[in-house]
Design a protein around this ligand. Structure first.
Ligand code: HGY
Ligand code: MN
Ligand code: MN
Length: 423
């Protein structure tokens, strides 16, 4: 299998998706259930069909291309990642994992190899949580973890519910439970190829990362409510200033993360919104996001506990009120040792340098890992950058990942290989 051919085909596919953005010239913005996602999914469907896959869109808006194996009743090997993006992000975050999956299907076709198991290439919807503040919607739906309450409760900044956004997109949210898979029976493994989004592989000159753990995450939207007053005539001791209260919290988040310590422990306030948002009016309301992660759940709980206690203290001292909306709560995950051992063996066979590493970013694999044997393969990110227009990964690095996963599947899931491999 010629790696140059693979790299060229991946590049051709990846470049097809660059135009599907709400922010042309300022990176990729492809929000869930948007026209940009619809255009992306339409082209993805064609590319999957061209590679010989039978394609369907599930009720959650995930795209699933399937190629039967020699044992059609065997559980599927799913290779997937997301097609939605952050705001002004890069073209590789998510998409790269789907395109590498399609290339692996082309490689199987070109080599005339039939796996025992069906293979499914999956594009997931709303992994980033950029519009509704959540995350991993498509895989949560596949795992049967989404209900009507969830769809109606979550709203975007225009007040549009996830439920209504799905209807506008052409889906039937009332049937969300149909997106759930009987994963014990239907899925043997979930493999996600993803850009590292950090500097480790590039700095160490390593070609591939075999991810053995993913941080847990908790996401909240905090609303502090004070009282709007004249900025000039209201004495400092008569104010109920929502911005003063919120800023005391926001400034403590990074200290609490450093105090909690531990591998991958971080806390981020990425979004702040004030109302009425005027220079000469004391802020009535401040809404801010909180994103806390760590390899150990107890450290996340410690930081969130600090936040709740401080909110209570500051707001009662100032006479303000607050509310905390939980948007996401997912425990840390360890990835499947058997799959990782297979991948490491194939790396050695192919002469690809590799290292085991944790992921500080959340991924669809974080949702599947607790219940489906899951592995992730990282490829280097240029200057460790991601979630910005500067995000870049060499197509030759994606070709390495395609060859690695192809070799792992062929070495462990064809008739000529041992039956006991993995399921
Ligand atoms: O936020 C993350 O870690 C991922 O990009 N969804
Ligand atoms: Mn991302
Ligand atoms: Mn991603």
């Amino acid at each position: 299998m010629d790696k140059q051919v693979t790299s060229t085909r991946i590049q051709k596919d990846m470049e097809l998706f660059e135009p599907f953005t709400q922010t042309p010239g300022q990176g990729i913005t492809r929000l869930p259930f948007s026209i940009e996602v619809r255009k992306c999914v339409d082209v993805l469907t064609k590319r999957m069909e061209r590679a010989g896959l039978t394609v369907r869109e599930d009720v959650a808006g995930n795209l699933i291309g399937r190629l039967e194996g020699s044992e059609p009743d065997a559980p599927a090997l799913v290779i997937g990642s997301h097609f939605d993006s952050v705001k002004s992000g890069g073209n590789f975050d998510g998409m790269a994992g789907i395109i590498v999956g399609i290339e692996i299907v082309r490689m199987l076709r070109d080599s005339g190899t039939k796996l025992r198991n069906p293979i499914e290439i999956m594009g997931t919807h709303d992994e980033e949580g950029m519009r509704f503040g959540t995350g991993f919607f498509g895989t949560k739906a596949m795992m049967g973890e989404i209900d009507d309450e969830y769809l109606l409760r979550l709203k975007d900044s225009d007040g549009v519910s996830l439920y209504d956004a799905m209807i506008c997109y052409g889906l039937s949210p009332d049937k969300i439970k149909d997106a759930a898979r009987d994963y014990q029976k239907e899925i043997a493994a979930f493999i996600e190829v993803h850009i590292e989004q950090g500097p480790v592989l590039e700095n160490s000159g390593t070609q591939l990362g075999l991810v053995n753990s993913i941080v847990g995450m908790q996401r909240y939207l905090v609303t502090v409510t004070g009282r709007p007053d004249h900025a000039g005539t209201t004495p400092m001791d008569m104010r109920i200033d929502a911005m003063e209260c919120a800023s005391k919290l926001i400034s403590r988040m990074s200290d609490w993360a450093k105090e909690a310590g531990g591998e991958g422990t971080v806390a981020t306030v990425g979004f702040v919104q004030a109302a009425p948002n005027a220079m000469n009016i004391i802020a009535q309301e401040v809404i801010f996001s909180v994103d806390v992660r760590s390899k150990e759940a107890c450290r996340i709980d410690q930081i969130v506990g600090n936040m709740c206690a401080e909110l209570e203290a500051v707001c009662s001292e100032k006479g303000a009120t607050f509310k905390i909306d939980e948007k996401l709560k997912v425990p840390p995950a360890s990835l499947d040792e058997k799959l990782l051992a297979m991948l490491a063996k194939s790396c050695c066979k192919l002469g690809l340098s590799h290292m085991h590493m944790p992921s500080g970013a959340g991924h669809d694999s974080l949702q599947t890992a607790p219940k489906i044997d899951t592995a992730m393969v990282f490829v280097p990110s240029k200057n460790g950058r991601s979630h910005c227009p500067e995000e870049w990964t060499e197509y030759s690095d994606l070709a390495n990942a395609a060859h690695l996963v192809y070799d792992t599947l062929v070495s462990n899931y064809t008739h000529s290989t041992s039956k006991e491999a993995h399921f």
